[in-house]
Design a protein around this ligand. Structure first.
Ligand code: HEM
Ligand SMILES: N[C@@H](CC(=O)c1ccccc1NC=O)C(=O)O
Length: 244
């Protein structure tokens, strides 16, 4: 690895030796590589979304709305890619997955610290999920910090108060007067909509691959995932629509 741009190669810049040595199937099954690649790609996109949400929260706090919208729009586009990637995973058949599922042990999506951190940064703060992360671990530390930090929703509420709008309902009723806030709110609805769409495809894919088996993480499986479909990071923005 060279620090000197002149001699820098593609592989140096992207740390490909590190990246491409991190796919290590535990079984001899052909399809386990797909499972690993999908999950690693998801963790990379989660990292990018956390980077964007952090920026958006800061920019909204500074009243710098246009670049905040750019970051929020990027998040929802990444969510679209993640939702589409379920179709790749759905090529994994129930028997082919069952053939290496045992190798996963009790590991599970419950332990994705970045997924939970993103929910927390949006404002969906259920502290019970901390229990899936060992005290003192990096994941636990980041999740505790995210629980305490102002969320995207807190930032939006701060902007609404600063700009003097009485309520989000008032913003939507007179959207040309409160255009900045209205645009912000609709970006949040885009993100919540995409998150619900991702959850729905996860449930369908899980039903397709493991039916009603219990999860490796100890939950009821599809039934648990179905219960998460009701979650909303920005429930007020959904509720107000009934009153327009
Ligand atoms: C064969 C593929 C998959 C199966 C069978 C599956 C199954 C499950 C099940 C049963 C749960 C509930 C926890 C448990 O008891 O284990 C769960 C949670 C979760 N899975 Fe998956 N999953 C699969 C692929 C994925 C992929 C590709 C992703 C990400 C792109 C993902 C992300 C998550 C997340 C984030 C959770 C926690 C959800 C929450 O608590 O709201 N899973 N998964
Ligand atoms: N909960 C899944 C396993 C699972 O989804 C998983 C296991 C290890 C690493 C990543 C996983 N996927 C969820 O993020 C199952 O019950 O089959």
């Amino acid at each position: 690895m060279t620090a000197h741009p002149a001699g820098m190669t593609y592989a140096d810049y992207l740390h490909l030796p590190t990246l491409l040595s991190a796919q290590q199937p535990l079984s001899d099954r052909h399809d386990e590589l797909l499972f690993i690649v999908i999950h690693q790609a998801k963790e990379l996109w989660l990292k990018q979304m956390l980077h964007e949400v952090d920026l958006a929260i800061r920019l909204i706090g500074e009243g710098d709305y246009a670049p905040a919208y750019k970051a929020l729009a990027r998040i929802s586009r990444i969510q679209s890619v993640m939702t589409l990637s379920w179709d790749v995973l759905a090529t994994l058949t129930p028997v082919d997955y069952a053939d290496f599922r045992g190798a996963l042990g009790t590991s599970s999506g419950f332990q994705s610290a970045q997924f939970r951190e993103l929910e927390y940064r949006f404002g969906l703060k259920d502290p019970k999920y901390l229990d899936y992360h060992e005290g003192g671990s990096e994941g636990h530390r980041r999740l505790t910090a995210a629980l305490e930090a102002p969320s995207l929703w807190d930032a939006a509420e701060g902007a609404r108060e600063r700009l003097g709008a009485d309520s989000w309902l008032a913003v939507y009723r007179d959207s040309s007067r409160w255009f900045e806030l209205y645009q912000l709110a609709e970006k949040l609805v885009d993100i919540d909509d995409a998150l619900a769409g991702w959850r729905h495809k996860h449930l369908l894919t899980v039903e397709r691959i493991i039916g009603n088996k219990t999860g490796t993480g100890g939950s009821a499986g599809a039934r648990y995932l179905a219960s998460t479909l009701e979650k909303r990071a920005f429930p007020e923005l959904w509720a107000l629509r009934t009153h327009l």
